[in-house]
Design a protein around this ligand. Structure first.
Ligand SMILES: NC(=O)c1ccc[n+]([C@@H]2O[C@H](COP(=O)([O-])OP(=O)(O)OC[C@H]3O[C@@H](n4cnc5c(N)ncnc54)[C@H](OP(=O)(O)O)[C@@H]3O)[C@@H](O)[C@H]2O)c1
Length: 328
C-alpha cells in the first residue's frame, strides 16, 4: 500500500509517499481500505514537529478517514465490504495515522456512514464534530435558547459547532474575518455574524442577544481571542478552548473572569472514552439531522496532492479539506 510517511518531523522535506506492507489487524481490529481522509491542523502540526505528545518518527500522520472494510478482514457485526468512518482513530498510536491506502482500526472506532452522506463528507466529519460537540455539551450545557459565539466559525470545527449549536436550538453568533464567509455562515442559519476584529464587537454581540452577553464561546482560534471570548460572556458563561491557530498564548481579562464567575475550560476530543464515543457520535448525527445539516467540504484533492491540500487548509478554507484515493 502507499502511505504518507514522515521519517523525521520538523518540515515536509522528510515526508513523502512510500510503499509499505499492509498493516496486520490485531485481535478486535479490522483492516480498512481507506477511500478518503479529512485533513486537520493536527496533521500538519505533527509533520512539522509542533504537536504536543508527538509520536516518535517514523510515522504516518492523519486522524480522520472513511473507507470500506477490506476483503478477508471484518467480523460478524462489521463484515468485509461495509462502508465505515473512523470516529476515534487517535485511540491507537498516533504513529499509525489515516493517510495511507489501508489501516487497521479497533472495531470500537468504526461507525456506519450516515444515510445520504458521501465518502468525502464521512471522512471530513469525525474529529471536527466530536470536538465541537464536546465544547458544547461537556464543557458547557448548550440547549434550546442558549446564546453561543463560535470563533473561527468558517473552519472545520467552527462550521461543525455552528451546525450543532443550531441543531440544539441555540442562537448562534458566528465570527469570521471574511465578509464572504460571514455571508455563507448566515446562509447556514447563524442568526448573527460579525468580524472578530470589529472594534465594537464587545458592544455589538450583547446588543444582538438582548444585552446580557453569551452563555458559551466555542473558541477555536487562540492567541488574543481568549480575551475577546471572556469579554463576550454573560455571568456564569463558559469558554471552551479548542484551538491555537492565532497563537499559543493569550491574555486573560482577570476582573471580567472574576465578576462573571466565568469558566475557561480546555477541550480535548481524545477525552471521549471508547465506550462513550459511539453514543456521542449517534447524538451528533441525530442533532445534525434535525436541521438536515451535513459536513461542509471546501475542496477535495487527490492523495498525491497532499502538499497543495495542506497549503489550502492553512489558507483558511470554508469547511473541510479532504484527500481521496484513486478508485474511491
Ligand atoms: N482541542 C481539540 O481536541 C481539537 C480538535 C480539533 C481541532 N483542534 C484545533 O482547533 C483549531 C481549529 O481547527 P479547525 O480544524 O477548525 O481549523 P481550520 O479549518 O483551519 O479553521 C480555523 C479557522 O480559524 C480562523 N483563523 C485561522 N487562523 C487565524 C488567525 N491567525 N487569526 C484569526 N483567525 C484565524 C479562520 O477563520 P476566518 O478566516 O473565517 O476568520 C479559519 O477558518 C486548530 O488549532 C486545531 O488544531 C483542537
Amino acid at each position: 500500500m502507499r502511505a504518507l510517511f514522515t521519517e523525521a518531523p520538523g518540515g515536509w522535506e522528510h515526508t513523502r509517499i512510500v510503499e509499505k506492507p499492509d498493516p496486520e489487524p490485531r485481535t478486535g481490529e479490522v483492516l480498512v481500505d481507506i477511500k478518503a481522509v479529512g485533513l486537520n491542523p493536527a496533521d500538519y502540526f505533527q509533520v512539522q514537529g509542533q504537536y504536543p505528545g508527538q509520536p516518535k518518527a517514523p510515522f504516518i500522520t492523519g486522524r480522520d478517514a472513511a473507507g470500506v472494510i477490506s476483503a478477508g478482514s471484518g467480523t460478524k457485526e462489521w463484515p468485509a465490504g461495509t462502508p465505515v468512518l473512523i470516529i476515534q482513530s487517535q485511540l491507537r498510536d498516533l504513529a499509525e495515522g489515516t493517510l495511507c491506502e489501508r489501516q487497521r482500526f479497533p472495531v470500537s472506532t468504526l461507525a456506519p456512514i450516515p444515510i445520504g452522506w458521501s465518502i468525502e463528507e464521512a471522512a471530513a466529519a469525525p474529529l471536527a464534530y466530536m470536538t465541537a460537540w464536546r465544547a458544547l455539551t461537556v464543557s458547557a450545557n448548550c440547549k434550546e435558547g442558549s446564546k453561543v459565539v463560535v470563533t473561527g466559525a468558517s473552519g472545520g470545527v467552527g462550521t461543525a459547532a455552528v451546525q450543532l449549536a443550531l441543531g440544539l436550538g441555540a442562537t448562534v453568533i458566528a465570527l469570521s474575518r471574511s465578509v464572504q464567509k460571514r455571508a455563507k455562515l448566515s446562509a447556514m442559519g447563524a442568526q448573527h455574524v460579525f468580524d472578530p476584529e470589529d472594534p465594537d464587537l464587545k458592544k455589538k454581540v450583547p446588543q444582538a442577544v438582548g444585552g446580557r452577553g453569551v452563555d458559551i464561546v466555542v473558541e477555536t482560534v487562540g492567541g488574543p481571542f481568549i480575551r475577546t471570548a471572556v469579554n463576550l460572556l454573560a455571568p456564569y458563561g463558559v469558554v471552551g478552548v479548542v484551538g491555537v491557530l492565532a497563537g499559543v498564548e493569550g491574555p486573560l481579562p482577570i476582573p471580567s473572569l472574576m465578576f462573571k464567575r466565568a469558566k475557561v475550560e480546555g477541550v480535548l476530543v481524545s477525552d471521549y472514552s471508547p465506550e462513550e464515543a459511539p453514543d456521542e457520535w449517534a447524538k451528533i448525527i441525530s442533532t445534525l439531522n434535525k436541521r438536515s445539516f451535513r459536513p461542509i467540504i471546501d475542496k477535495v484533492f487527490p492523495f498525491e496532492d497532499y502538499l497543495a491540500a495542506v497549503e489550502h487548509l492553512k489558507g483558511s478554507p470554508f469547511g473541510k479539506v479532504v484527500l481521496t484515493f484513486p478508485g474511491r
